[in-house]
Each structure stands twice: as structure tokens, then as C-alpha cells.
Ligand binder design. Sequence first.
Ligand code: ATP
Length: 236
Amino acid sequence: MPLLEIENLSVNYGAIQAVRGLSLHVDEGEVVTLIGANGAGKTTTLRAVSRMIKPVAGSIRFGGRDITRIPTDEAVKLGIAQSPEGRQVLARQSVQDNLELGAYTRKSAADVRADIAKMYERFPRLGERRGQLAGTLSGGEQQMLAIARALMSRPKLLLLDEPSLGLAPIIVREIFTIIRELNDQGTTILLVEQNAKLAMNSSHRTYVLEAGQMTFNGNSAELVGDERVLHAYLGG
Ligand code: ATP
């Protein structure tokens, strides 16, 4: 059964139609990638799912429930968390404060503390820097913090926007290893990634977006090397 089902989704910014009649689904346990050229509507799709932006048409279902119009914090409570593009950690707050803020919808302080300890095990570099202001972390460390912060809400579905952006290859490999581990441990992931090859090698299925519409999709393993993927980036 699909965990996430998007049907005929359209999102506008004023006169700009950023997403036009998009349908896709993500099954429980999958890693699904959205790829496409700049401005194709990938980030907008994630923001519609995390309820940060209002669609003009279409529906979004999560675990069988219609979430098209619920508020963002309700989506977090249901199990949807987004690690945004450009990381967007709270620069003037410490690593620890950022993680605590990621758990804002949770009630048990003891559980939150235990989960923060787990994050420090998974991301030892964050543990070493727990008192450091997030804005002074390196790019890779900020990306790890953004992912860890999203995980603090214990999401069923993790939305990852361009996790490799601006990072050195060795850090990118590290981040994608973590993505694979998270998925092995049961987190379903919808991933937006500019690096198409990396994304397809790290996901079960891929959707290709062009100008706000889905042009084709398939098993990632079958799409690697498909020249239509290249065309999507070259714009035709
Ligand atoms: P990229 O790979 O460059 O991040 P993307 O596929 O994630 O691109 P979106 O960020 O979803 O694309 O943008 C889709 C379209 O919507 C673009 O044409 C963009 O200029 C436009 N857009 C996005 N955000 C806004 C906004 N806040 N106001 C107006 N237009 C916007």
C-alpha cells in the first residue's frame, strides 16, 4: 500500500505554474527520487507534501488519509519531516538546540533526550560539536544536522531536498550511506537530487519532472543510463 499518494497536484506561485497535474506515489519502505532540471518543480512538490505550501488543485494522501489541507505541524505529527534545501539550520542556536527543536511536536522529554543521544551515535561529529552554534558548522556538518533534526520527529516519511548540494564527494558518500541505513531501518524516503546518477543508484524508483509535469518514471536501476534522463536536464 502506498504511504504517500499524490494525485493531479498543481501548485502556483502567483502566475507561475510550478507543478502541473503531478501524480506519484511512494510505497512504505521505498526510497523514491525526483529528478529534473532547475525549476522543474521538485522542491515545490516536497513543500506541498510537508504542507508548507498550498496546492491549487489535486490531492495528497498519507497512510490513506487526505492531508491536502492540513497544517504543517499536523503533518509532522502524522510522521512527515522535511530536511530542506540549503540546509536551513538555525544558525544562532547550538547543535543540541536544533535537535531539540526538531522534536517540538513530541511530548516525552525523556524520549527526546534518548533520541538525541542516538543522533550523536549516528553522527559522531554532531556529538563532538553539540554546544557549537549551527551556523559555524561546515556545510557537510550542517547537512547532517538538518537530517538529524528532521529525524527527531521520528518520521515515517523523510523528505530530503538536495542532500548533496555543495558538499565534497567524500561527505556526499557519507550522507548517502546514512540515507541507505535509515531506509534499511524502516524510514521511507522521498529524495530530490541534482546528481541524477547518485540518486538513481541510491533509490528504488525515480520520477523525472520537466516544467512542473512528470514526463516518465520507472525503476531506478533501469533508468540509469536512459538517455531520456539526460534530455530532461538539457530541456528537450
Ligand atoms: P531546483 O533544482 O533549481 O531547486 P526545483 O525543481 O526544485 O528546482 P522549484 O523550486 O520547485 O524547482 O521551482 C519551480 C518553479 O517555481 C520555478 O520556476 C521557480 O522559479 C518557481 N518558484 C519557486 N518558488 C517560488 C516563489 N516563492 N515565488 C515565485 N516563484 C517560485
